[in-house]
Design a protein around this ligand. Sequence first.
Ligand SMILES: [Zn+2]
Ligand SMILES: [Zn+2]
Length: 136
Amino acid sequence: MNVNGRCHCGSITFEAEIDQAKVSLCHCTDCQTLSGSPFRSTAFSANNSFKLLSGQVKIYVKTGSSGAKRQQAFCPECGTPIYATSVPPGPVYGIRTGCIDMEQRRQLKPSVQIWTRSSMPWVDHIGGVKKVEQAP
Ligand SMILES: [Zn+2]
Ligand SMILES: [Zn+2]
């Protein structure tokens, strides 16, 4: 599936081809901190298909518990996380689904949850949490 996306301020735009069957939710503590959320949703690009169309990302390199280094790319203006990839970059980019076009990201249903060892203890219960359609 071809996707396109943008950061919140719009300076960064991109396109990529992703495998819709391989969308994951990650509960690792790095994703919690780097996303500012309880977990993170990622779609993986086909080899060498990620193309930055405008803007310039800022890169933060994190070292994982395995010792592997991963580039974390985000917009230097608005802070939107865009993708993670290897050092040096490619060929696969883990695209943060929150910056993919709204109609497209609605179709990116995750097929696996990883690092559940560190998931929030209440994460399986959000379906039962009181729902309000807009800001209360
Ligand atoms: Zn931005
Ligand atoms: Zn993670």
